[in-house]
Every structure is written in C-alpha cells, then in structure tokens.
Ligand binder design. Structure first.
Ligand code: SAH
Length: 217
C-alpha cells in the first residue's frame, strides 16, 4: 500500500529541526524553504527521502544537497531581493528555486545536460522558475552574459576558487564555494569590496567535485 506523506508537515519539520534549531535564522531563507515543494525536485524513486537530513541521489551520479547546506549557503549570501545571482551546479534545480525567491534573478549552470533539463522541468512544474534561467554548460567558467553578479553560489567542490568566477563577481559582491580535496573541504565565504578580495571559512563540508576548465580535470 502506498502511503502518501504529508509533505507540508514534513517541510515544516525540516525547517524547524534541521534549519532553525541549527542556527539558520534568516527569515527569508526559512520562508522560501518552507514554501518550495522540495519533493518535486527529487526523482520518484528517492522522493520519500525528500526531507531527510542528508544529500539524496538525483541520478547521473549526482545529489541534491542536504537541506541545511542549501539554507546555510543561501543565508551566507545575505540576499535582499535586488540581486543578480549565479549558481554553479544546478543539479535538480532546488537551490536555484530557493535563490530565485531571495534575489531578483538567477542564472543556474549545470554541466550534465540531462540534469539541466530536469532542473528546468522541475522549476517550471513547481512555478518557481519565473526568474531563473537554466543553462547546460561549464559553470567553472561562469557566464559573462549576465556578469557582474552580486552573488555567486557554487554547489560543487573546487581545487581553488575559479579565477573566472572572481572576475565575474561585482564589487561589492559575495561568493560561497567549497574548496578542497574530494572528501574534505572548507566552505569559503569570499567577499569583494573596494577591489580587495577576502575570505573566511564558514564550516567544513563534503560536496561532489566541480568539473570543467577551472575545476578538477
Ligand atoms: N544545487 C544543487 C546541488 C547539485 S550537486 C541542489 O539544489 O541541491 C552539484 C552539481 O554540480 C552536480 O549536478 C554536478 O553535475 C554539477 N557540476 C559539477 N561541475 C560543474 C561545472 N563545472 N559546471 C556546472 N555544473 C557542475
């Protein structure tokens, strides 16, 4: 017998237990993640795991990030609603939908064409993609078309901060990116201000590798 979960209730619990209780307090992030139907971004065979406290497989050997990580990265970008945002590594499109609620517009790049198509379909079906543009391509090089970006979120781990992304970041602007080897990275919050680039480490983390020209070969 198939039991259909109470998705809004699962979502409410995820926001409370996984986000608020762990220190994510940005009301706009909590509201966005309390609204967006995360289950709709996950392939049917994994859907029952939509609100678990872990990354979940989305096909093509990739994952949707743990909800807490999506929330943390969005909160670290400190968005107010006016920004142009670049997301590198759209995957199934969930984080792009969250960023779309927090900013003016989002360019979401995904290197696996099948996932880019899935992200686009998910955003459309859930009505969350109105201000999100999904493109298939190598996001380690950014996308000059909408540059400079007020904020950049990278959802895959890089060997170093890609120079192209730094070049496409507005001054002032903010970039969040995991940097480090395969199983052991630091989540860096990079700021550009008055021509100066600084970073701090927000937490330790484990992301899938960033591929492409300025990722892992
Ligand atoms: N943002 C997603 C996380 C997806 S996982 C979410 O909402 O949970 C990271 C994604 O980065 C994978 O889908 C992977 O295919 C993609 N990726 C890896 N290297 C990339 C690159 N150079 N350009 C664009 N996408 C890349």
């Amino acid at each position: 017998m198939a039991v259909i979960p109470d998705w809004p209730e699962e979502r409410r619990r995820m926001v409370e237990k996984q986000l608020r209780r762990r220190g994510v307090h940005d009301p706009r992030v909590l509201e966005a993640m309390g609204q967006i139907p995360r289950e709709e971004f996950i392939p049917p065979e994994s859907r029952l795991l939509a609100y678990t406290d872990d990354p979940v497989a989305i096909g093509f050997g990739q994952t949707i990030s743990q909800p807490y990580m999506t929330a943390l990265m969005a909160a670290l970008l400190d968005l107010t609603g006016t920004e142009t945002v670049l997301e590198v590594g759209a995957g199934c499109g969930y984080a792009a939908a969250v960023l779309g609620k927090l900013a003016a517009r989002v360019m979401a790049l995904e290197i696996v064409p099948g996932l880019a198509r899935m992200a686009e379909a998910n955003l459309k079906r859930t009505g969350t993609g109105g201000n999100v543009e999904v493109r298939a391509g190598d996001g380690s090089l950014g996308c000059v078309e909408w540059a400079p970006y007020d904020a950049i979120s990278v959802a895959a781990a890089a060997p170093e901060i890609p120079a192209s992304l730094l070049a496409q970041l507005r001054d002032p602007g903010r970039l969040v990116i995991p940097v480090g080897p395969r199983y052991d990275q630091e989540l860096r919050v990079v700021t550009k201000r008055n021509g100066r680039i600084d970073y701090r480490v927000a937490t330790l983390c484990r992301f899938v590798p960033l591929r492409g020209g300025q990722g892992w070969r």
